[in-house]
Design a protein around this ligand. Structure first.
Ligand code: B16
Ligand code: MG
Length: 219
């Protein structure tokens, strides 16, 4: 039996689908640079940091630039991305996520958000979920990107819970690896093929309850 004291949620792909906005902004940058960036290419950017995303994008376009140019490009893309996320509303919370957060809190489970995104505070504010979390570990407080365990370890530290009592909800392979590297349990959100390293995989959080969590881990 595994005692569960805390749950840590990834943001993009678990609580909201911001990947579609990242995609539109990256595609705009790619077009400006003279090449097409497909949705399939965009899959490679999920869960990955902003600068690593840009490196992958430039790799797709067969281009390379000095570091200072890359910083400017990343800032430009983020400006476009911000225009999209500023329009977000609570309607964009993915099915089941808010209900699960509320039920977990009622059952005494501590809650953290663990995301690579530096825009986490803005997004949580727009979808009105900031107060649903006891702690926030994001790209502003942690520099080492997933699959490094740092973001999730920071979340556990802020909650004052030992990593072995934490369950991470993640949609990206790099995120599942980060959670495993942190010594935590994992629930993958998405496809079993991609998230094969997770303890358990569900297609989304719809209908996922506190009892589901207990039935998976309290055996
Ligand atoms: P930003 P997550 C990640 O969010 C996204 O999946 C990834 O595509 C993005 O590059 C990264 O955040 C950084 O985002 O540019 O807003 O700092 O899945 O860790 O919640
Ligand atoms: Mg994600």
């Amino acid at each position: 039996m595994v005692e569960i004291k805390a749950c840590i949620f990834d943001l993009d792909g678990v609580v909201v689908d911001t990947a579609k906005y990242h995609y539109l902004a990256w595609r705009k940058l790619a077009r400006e640079l003279g090449f097409e960036f497909s949705e399939q290419h965009n899959e490679r950017l999920k869960g990955v940091s902003r600068m690593r995303s840009l490196e992958i994008l430039l790799e797709v376009g067969g281009l390379s630039f000095p570091k200072d140019e890359m910083e400017k490009m990343a800032a430009k893309k983020n400006g476009w991305y911000l225009e999209y996320i500023m329009q977000m509303t609570p309607k964009e919370i993915l099915p089941g996520a808010k209900e699960l957060l509320e039920e977990l809190r009622r059952n005494g489970i501590k809650l953290a958000l663990g995301s690579a995104s530096k825009n986490t505070p803005v997004i949580l504010d727009k979808i009105k979920l900031t107060k649903h979390f006891d702690a926030i570990a994001d790209g502003n407080s942690v520099t080492a990107a997933k699959p490094a365990p740092d973001i999730f370890l920071k979340g556990a530290e802020l909650l004052n819970v030992n990593p072995s009592f934490c369950v991470v909800f993640e949609d990206a392979e790099a995120g599942i690896e980060a959670a495993i590297n942190a010594g935590m349990r994992t629930v993958g959100i998405g496809s079993k093929d991609i998230l094969s390293k997770a303890d358990f995989v569900v297609p989304n959080l719809k209908g996922f309850s506190y009892n589901t969590l207990l039935s998976i881990f309290n055996k």
